[in-house]
Design a protein around this ligand. Structure first.
Ligand SMILES: Cc1ncc(COP(=O)(O)O)c(C=O)c1O
Length: 412
């Protein structure tokens, strides 16, 4: 293509990285997912909805750090709270009182939650939720949706390299959205099942997103009640973009345990596990801890983030901006002669081309071209809106998308 951003600095840093870090960049930020030459490898700074890479290229970002950036990069109110707390102390032998304030805030805004505990990432709180469910029920098995992503721990890591099969021995998988299958499993094995863990909607990478059909979540809730199993909502990816009381509330469902991370502190490292009164005792008996779990700075960042999200009507704004983006993309795709599928809620959207060769050929060309022209979309992972996206940013991204659709046309 030749047009657009160049990545000479990124390439030099990547060459250095490869010598001292296995793979150069690992995990979901690796070039296996965002192709080098089309995407930068290293970022320099962020402000609002814009990122700048180490070559000085600028982007409107719809990946949002894979979810955490919900207000915007370098948000003034959040960073002010961070600076104030940093001056007082962060890791301080004992927690700061901000921890209590955040637990009170989360309990106050979340139906069914009577307590909250904190950790650093989504994997930890999902695994912690299972442990509490097992402790509370005295049962061993847990049910998850097949290929669902709940983090990198052995019981759910879809890439099993390095993990023994025994890590998954107590996990049963069901098809997402299939109430009948869940009912059959619970009827057969209910007495051994401690919990069912589900995301509020299905948002696996390399798939279209799927919203829960009809009364799927409600049925899952009722089946858990009937069989004495606990319902865990993994709201790590979806939290604070659909409903401030927990995303399952959108479908009228209150889980027993609720896992948050990503957007909870606008990019600062924090996760939270919330639970019902009935699980308080079990939660206090499961020993889980981490050296940095109760750092005061991310907790202060979270308090400021939740205040801003609530006060600014951010969820409605992200919905409106996401809708504008999705409608604009569909229109421009049609004008360029492409049929695209937009899935997921507008604030967590995803676009794929129908009849796309091996599944992502056109998506990769489209997203690669957009990146070189200054807009970050992801070819095989859902996107995110943030409160900092304004109409002008969406208009600019849509103008870039026209050129990206033209690149796809030229390539196929
Ligand atoms: C639904 C869901 N659960 C759990 C996790 C794991 O979170 P973390 O990467 O913070 O460990 C993720 C991460 O993407 C996620 O999307």
């Amino acid at each position: 293509m030749g047009d657009g951003h160049g990545f000479a600095e990124s390439d030099q840093w990547f060459a250095r990285a490869e010598r001292v870090i296995p793979g150069g960049i690992y995990g979901h930020q690796s070039p296996a997912l965002l192709t080098r030459g089309e995407y930068p490898s290293f970022m320099h700074s962020g402000d609002g909805c814009r990122l700048r890479d180490v070559d000085g290229n600028r982007y409107i970002d719809f990946i949002c750090g894979y979810g955490p950036i919900v207000l915007g990069y370098n948000h003034p109110a959040v960073e002010k709270a961070v600076d104030q707390q940093r001056r007082l102390g962060d890791t301080m032998t004992l927690p700061s009182v901000r921890t209590v304030e955040l637990a009170e805030r989360l309990v106050g805004m979340t139906p069914g939650a009577e307590w909250a505990m904190f950790a650093k990432n989504g994997s930890d709180v999902c695994t912690w939720a299972l442990a509490i469910a097992r402790q509370a029920t005295g049962r061993e098995l847990v049910v998850m949706a097949d290929h669902a992503y709940h983090g990198v721990h052995g019981w759910c890591n879809g890439i099993t390299n390095g993990f023994p099969d025994s890590d998954r021995a107590s996990v049963r998988a069901v098809k997402w959205n299939d109430s009948a299958q869940l009912e059959t499993l619970l009827d057969q094995d209910g007495e051994r099942i401690a919990a069912v863990i589900l995301t509020p909607f299905r948002h696996e990478a390399f798939e279209d997103s799927v919203m829960p059909s009809g009364e799927y979540l409600e049925k899952a809730r009722a089946l858990c009640h009937r069989h004495g199993a606990l319902l865990i909502s993994d709201d790590v990816r979806t939290g604070f973009r659909l409903d401030m009381g927990g995303s399952m509330q959108k479908w009228g469902v209150t889980p027993d345990l609720l896992c948050y991370s990503k957007a909870i502190a606008n990019g600062h490292a924090l996760s939270a596990l919330l639970g019902s009164e009935a699980l308080r005792d079990a939660a206090s008996k499961v020993f889980v801890t981490g050296t940095f779990y109760l750092q005061a700075v991310p907790i202060a960042a979270s308090l400021a983030t939740l205040t801003e999200l609530g006060a600014s009507g951010a969820i409605d704004h992200m919905h409106a901006m996401g809708l504008k983006l999705c409608e604009g993309l569909a229109e421009r795709a049609g004008a360029a002669g492409f049929d695209v599928r937009l899935s997921g809620p507008p604030s967590i959207p995803y676009m794929r081309f129908t009849d796309d060769g091996t599944g992502f050929d056109r998506s990769r060309v489209f997203c690669g071209a957009a990146s070189r022209l200054g807009v970050l979309f992801h070819p095989h992972h859902n996107w995110f809106l943030m409160a900092a996206h304004q109409e002008k940013d969406i208009d600019e991204a849509l103008a870039v998308s026209e050129q990206a659709f033209a690149s796809v046309k030229a390539a196929f």
